[in-house]
Ligand binder design. Sequence first.
Ligand SMILES: Cc1cc2nc3c(=O)[nH]c(=O)nc-3n(C[C@H](O)[C@H](O)[C@H](O)COP(=O)(O)OP(=O)(O)OC[C@H]3O[C@@H](n4cnc5c(N)ncnc54)[C@H](O)[C@@H]3O)c2cc1C
Ligand code: FES
Ligand code: FES
Length: 1256
Amino acid sequence: MDKIYFTVNGERYNVSGSEVTPNTSLNDYLRRDLGLYGTKAMCHEGGCGACVVSVARIHPVTKEKRTVAVNSCLVHILSCHQWDITTIEGLGNHKDGYHTLQTRLANYNGTQCGYCTPGWIMNMYSLQKSSSELSKRQVERAFGGNICRCTGYRSILDAFKSLAIPEDSVQDLEDLHELKCKSDCNKKCSDDDWCLIEKTSEDLLQLDVVSRWYKAFNLDDVFKVLSREGTDNYLLVAGNTGKGVYPNTVEPRVCIDISSIEALQDINTDDNLVIGAGMTLTELMSVCDQRAGANEDFSYMKTLREHLDLVAHMPVRNIGTIGGNLALKNRHHDFPSDLFVLFATIGAGVTMLDSNKTKTVITMKDFMHTDLKNKIILNVKLPPLSQKNLIKTYKIMVRGQNAHAIVNAGFLFHVDKDNRVISSNIVYGNISPDFVYATETENVLKGQNLFNENVLKQALLKLEEELVLKDYSPEPSPGCRKAIALGLFYKAILSLNPSVSPRYKTGGDVLSRAISRGTQTFDTDKALWPLNQPVVKLEALAQCSGEATYACDRHSSPRDVHVAFVLSTICVGEIVSFDPAEALKLPGVVTFYTAKDIPGLNSFTPTDIPWVSADEEILPRKRVSFYGQPIALIAATNHKLALKAAELVKVVYKESKNKPVLNVQDALAAPDKAARIREDSSLTPTDRGTDVIHTIKGKFTVPDQYHFTMETQSCTVSNTRRGLVVRSATQWMDLVQAAVSKSLNMPLNSVTVEVSRIGGGYGGKASRSSLIACACALVAHKLNRTATLVLPLTHNMAAIGKRQACYTEYEVAVNASGVTQYVNLSYYSDNGCSFNDSAASSITSMMSSLYDVSRWNVKGYSVLTDKASNTWCRAPGTTEGAAIVEHIMERIAFTTKRDPLDVKLIHISPDHRDLKDMIDTFKIESKHEERKVEIAKYNSENAWTKKSLKMSIMSFPIGYDGTYPVTISVYHVDGSILISHGGIEMGQGINTKVAQVCAHTLKVPLENIKVKGADSFISPNAIASSGSVTSECVAHATVKACEELLKRLEPVKQAMNEPTWAEVVKAAFEKGINLQVNALTSKLDSLKEYSVYGVCSAEVILDVLTGNHQILRVDIIEDTGQSLSPSLDVGQIEGAFVMGLGMWTSERLLYAPSGRLLTDRTWTYKPPGATDIPVDFRVTFKRNSYNTNGVLRSKATGEPALVLAVVVVNALQETILAARKEFGYIDNDWVHVDTPYSVENILKGISPKTSFYKLN
Ligand SMILES: Cc1cc2nc3c(=O)[nH]c(=O)nc-3n(C[C@H](O)[C@H](O)[C@H](O)COP(=O)(O)OP(=O)(O)OC[C@H]3O[C@@H](n4cnc5c(N)ncnc54)[C@H](O)[C@@H]3O)c2cc1C
Ligand code: FES
Ligand code: FES
């Protein structure tokens, strides 16, 4: 039998195929078979970057060994023949020392929860391997495929950019391999260099997996296999990244790896430039770079190169091929392929090879309708184009990188010397499945002067008629896509026309992004160090080396089982019956459980736990409450098998005849409205003014948001002699322990919950993690085997609730100066299917935390809808409260034509003097007024790009509730200290802060202290880590425990002569003194509430023609008190702000009428990426600030800055209003814009009219 071989971190492995399944990815193999848990995974579709590893492989044509980053989740293990794979473990560790990248990222505080960290480092490592000379721009643009939900990216980018060299001394990245080992090189290469390798055996390899896997080294072999195996169900595997776009629903019977076929990766010229279809997109970019400069007729390749930079992201481009991309387009006509658009624009041809070895060259349009069965895409032929061919291509996306096109387009105009169009190609993607060329518009242009305004008008009219868009929900609406398509045509003409009016000029550009930068300004008092010292996180190096483990990073034994949920496929109704027979037939499927199998209380939210108000069923006995609800469980011997089996369970439902209620507006109109709405909070006015000049009515929605933790909900449960050990990714041990115990009818002392850390929480792993723990524990308990449950992203998004959306209706009356006379306002918070975790009451608290609300009449409701029970999400309630008030202040300002800040200032309660001072300083330091004048000038001079500068302010109320235990043990031999506490380390740096507080209080070096993960034995009854205050509360308990310890040590110390810490400890031990102390922060401590003040401004620019925007600069000043740990607090502020940006701009949860969540993948749900953050991001802590309440003079930082992010909405709203004026709208009326301020909603707000598209 044939075998493939590869190395991982220098060790060689052979695989014959029998040890892996048809769907074993490199990621599965690394984690499951080799136990290399440093490589993480989340989305399994190339969309998050958690799984990136570095691969050195031989190029089939040049025989060079090149190192690239790849997504290990996309690579099939059998594709790895002759690869040298390096994982994070291969770089460095605590024993052998760390790699520079690991220490650099740690020192820049570029890790928070750390789950994304190995992926970032491995991407950077591969980048460095490809060049020792990287520019900052190259570094910054290389991380489109790496998502980090915690940090806000700035610190990571700074860390990696610190390794770059100045811009002008760098070679283009895609060119670099050309500089490396050539065949005539005599240099002796080190392992790290690219080098030529010996030609290896090139016989067809056949591996016996359950299906068949072949590795072909030439084209003949491919057809040989196809004729032997048949063509009914086969897959050519080039980069295998296609499954990241269209997951393989049925595993192919035969796979043929074509990645080493030389003939597919060759490049040559006939009249055309002939590029092998097996060439990767990274190599194609390199070819574009070389050819664009070398030959005038191919200078258009510079345009292709720029566009290719927006395709997917670097790890996908490193292995994804041209042929693979085109084949996806061939199979799925709705795939918005950029390559197809580019090739169609330049009139490229595709060469097909069939089994008779006949080559046929066809046009791109014909290619769409060619049957690819038994054929190979051999190459693409790029034609030479003279300088009289004017070309522009565009891609409009929902975020800066790693997003498919909302609309992509290419324009090629072949003109004569008088700019008359001889011929043209006008190409659009994502219009309708078969749309390629706008032929009728091309005809209109023929013979006409391209830069004549009347011609433009005629062309636009024809284009408007010709573009008939298909609804591709959840893609933006046809109306939005059409507006973009028309805007792009106009944009192309503006950019190609050398003599357009200067006011229209910037309309021809796409928003170009400068290299981002940031400043972080804070005081630090050295006298207090290590308290208030900007230290590196304690776990940072462990995270950077992949040594930090998470709930499911543990080796499973063959007896272990993996659990998957069966999810409901109706929204509301009843379960009539289950039939798991098909699922149970699969070898390796162990069992199937439903609600009937739960021995105890069927609730993952038992109501005797604080903050919980309603029981929610672990698995429904009968009633289904939302689409995607977990309704049963499958256990199998591996994760993918369990998921597959879960899909095979047949369920008979009795579906409710009522239309699913999917948002607040539906609920307000529902026949059972009364049962759905609960009044949770109100403000009663004590005053009402009578000077009513303006009455403003409106509505406003604060959007929902998926938490997007990089570690999805996960849990492992083992049976031990002391009962169940539950390793849960939870923010709330107490709830998990109680829910698991009660559901299994066990006493609480038989269930131990352990949490070393979690890979992001943001509230999503507070109450919701208990569902996963209960399900997993049920299986472990019943089977008496260790069970693991890791939710795949789609299940996590469907089954778990999100941030509550909040819909508001209001009427506000003001006098001529904008002073409020009365406010009538109702808000409705969408709780999903249960009232648990309601945010409604904190919305009112936030509203009244800053402004005088004596004239406000507010009613706040929680509303039940037929969706997963929504839950807290970073700054719940406060985000909504602040956004609603900010919105109202903006509306008053708009109506009364006053500066919004002035309107805010007249309404601020008098007791916020400190905030007013902060605003004054902020305005001066950020040059607010001067910049506003510049912006007004810019807007008057530019019709199609608009800027705005806005400010948001906040007073974020902090209060305390719950219990937070801390235990400190001191060891007599060396005086070292170990702490365990009831807070959960989720990236906020609680362990580091606690260690700093302990070191400060005991006056010992920070290095003496370690903090271990939480567990429910050492820290019983701990409340959820949430609400920004856990670090403070645990710090407070730490101070108390340290003081108790010092009290015990004092008599010993007094009896000694200036002893060292270790000497006192030793002496105390010898006297029999207990060297373990514990303490608790609880309501008995009477910690006092306080406010966190913040001021923020954001400067944005909007591309009016496409709805794209960029955040040019953000300044934040936040009152952090005397920060316990300034670097960590900077990270909290930046991360929270960027999470807020995502909520307000690019993230969108869209449901089908059936209740199914449509945006449940990284392909469709887009949190901000590294190039979506402010280009210039300045964070300052209020100077000389001491919090007289709170703990150790500090203030909380985890959530407040998210609230400030609403500034972007206000700024974008202003740009929309400015844009509308260019279209002739007379804006006396406010324009309602739906949230989030996505491309779609922005364009809807602008309502562009092509009649205003002019040249002069
Ligand atoms: C996260 C992510 C983001 C992406 N973003 C974009 C984007 O913005 N724009 C865009 O255009 N694309 C995007 N893509 C798609 C990406 O470009 C393709 O996945 C990639 O080019 C496919 O190449 P591959 O070699 O991996 O194909 P594979 O996955 O190996 O194959 C895909 C299909 O093509 C067939 N095939 C492969 N080679 C040949 C050949 N030579 N002849 C005949 N059939 C062949 C296979 O049989 C298979 O059916 C994205 C993909 C991912 C995963
Ligand atoms: S797990 Fe591979 S990219 Fe997300
Ligand atoms: S540190 Fe990046 S996701 Fe948490």
